[in-house]
Design a protein around this ligand. Structure first.
Ligand SMILES: Nc1ncnc2c1ncn2[C@@H]1O[C@H](COP(=O)(O)OP(=O)(O)OP(=O)(O)O)[C@@H](O)[C@H]1O
Length: 346
């Protein structure tokens, strides 16, 4: 049973969003996508800040499509937190309950309880400017949760934090989300946030859902270039004929998987080997290529090769030195059929 059942159609200028979204009680869904994909527009439409031009928002069976933002049982953590600068942390958290008619004392008790839960019991009197980025983030989360929202919306909740605070806060946020009985929608373009915090991913591009599912499924079977890059795979589309997938330009990739009809073939950059001359030996795909780019990638080097297809390869610095890799050089590429995954495109 879904707690949130929505179809969001909204326009912003010439941009049109049209996505369906369901979230179960206790579930966290990450809305993932490149810049300008429509993630913030979706979040604003759910919160009632951007009007729907079509579709609906139903929460716990109640139709909220036309409800004002303050009449929706929704808590929002905005990217830059939007804490009231003139109010103390405690009053910021108490604000929601107060607005919903809770008396001052009871609202302060609720605020103190939430500040305690996010580890800020002794910070209640501080103003937002007296808080660190990580602390402000926790106050914003406490403020969103203090109204017992049926739906919690988080817009890039960790984006404003430095790397170290981000790591700690991500772990804490995960605990709070696990304890939240309502539905949670996390808007992010950070795949790590999505993988760590969400039960399910919904990927949007140009206002449409292009892929959804759990992380394992999406990682194993990406369906767009954006998703393939996100999970770090080389991805090609073509027609399968048993153990061969032929791409549009006629280039064929051998695979040990069996596919027929429209199909994808994917393999990780680490599965790509480079050779100074045409390699022989075990059954594999080999072709001559031109080295287009070399960049540092963790402890390895990420090499981009142009040719009949463009591929990314991960090479150790030692191998790169041995091969004397440099942009513009010609080199042979090899990918074992057994290291490719092929799967139907529809
Ligand atoms: N107020 C506005 N008026 C006109 N167009 C807008 C407005 N706000 C956003 N847009 C357009 O709507 C599209 C979606 O924007 P949105 O902010 O929802 O994307 P996003 O996925 O959240 O991107 P980002 O990751 O960059 O925040 C973009 O093409 C953007 O230019």
């Amino acid at each position: 049973m879904s707690l949130l059942d929505a179809r969001l159609v909204a326009e912003r200028g010439t941009f049109r969003l049209d996505i369906a979204l369901t979230i179960a009680p206790g579930e966290t869904v990450a809305l993932l996508g490149p810049n300008g994909a429509g993630k913030t527009t979706a979040l604003r439409a759910l919160a009632g800040l951007t009007p729907l031009s079509g579709g609906h928002v139903r929460l716990a069976g109640q139709d909220l499509s036309d409800a004002a933002p303050e009449d929706r049982p929704i808590g929002v953590v905005f990217q830059d937190y939007l804490l009231f600068p003139h109010l103390s942390a405690r009053d910021n958290v108490a604000f929601g309950p107060r607005r919903r008619g809770v008396d001052k004392r009871a609202a302060h008790e609720i605020a103190d309880r939430w500040l305690d839960r996010v580890g800020l019991a002794s910070f209640g009197r501080r103003k937002p400017r007296q808080l660190s980025g990580g602390q402000a983030q926790r106050v914003a989360l406490a403020r969103a949760l203090a109204v017992d929202p049926v739906l919690l919306l988080l817009d890039e909740p960790l984006a404003a934090l430095d790397a170290r605070t981000r790591l700690e806060t991500r772990g804490e946020l995960r605990r709070h989300l696990a304890a939240h009985p309502g539905a949670t929608l996390l808007v992010t373009h950070d795949p790590l946030d999505a993988l760590v915090l969400a039960d399910r991913l919904v990927v949007v591009e140009q206002g449409r859902v292009v892929q959804e599912g759990d992380a394992a499924t999406i990682t194993a079977r990406p369906r767009t270039d954006y998703v393939a890059r996100l999970v770090g795979l080389n991805l090609y589309q073509g027609r399968g004929d048993g153990h061969t997938v032929t791409l549009v330009d006629g280039f064929a990739l051998a695979t040990t998987d069996t596919v027929h009809g429209d199909a994808f073939v994917a393999f990780p950059p680490a599965a790509v080997a480079l050779h100074p001359a045409q390699p022989g030996g075990s059954p594999r795909n080999t072709w001559p290529a031109v080295l287009a780019d070399i960049q540092r990638h963790g402890d390895n080097l990420r090499v981009v090769l142009d040719g009949p297809i463009t591929v990314a390869a991960d090479i150790t610095p030692a191998a790169a030195a041995q091969l004397r890799l440099e942009p513009g050089m010609e080199i042979w590429v090899a990918v074992k059929a057994a290291e490719t995954r092929a799967y139907p495109a529809d």
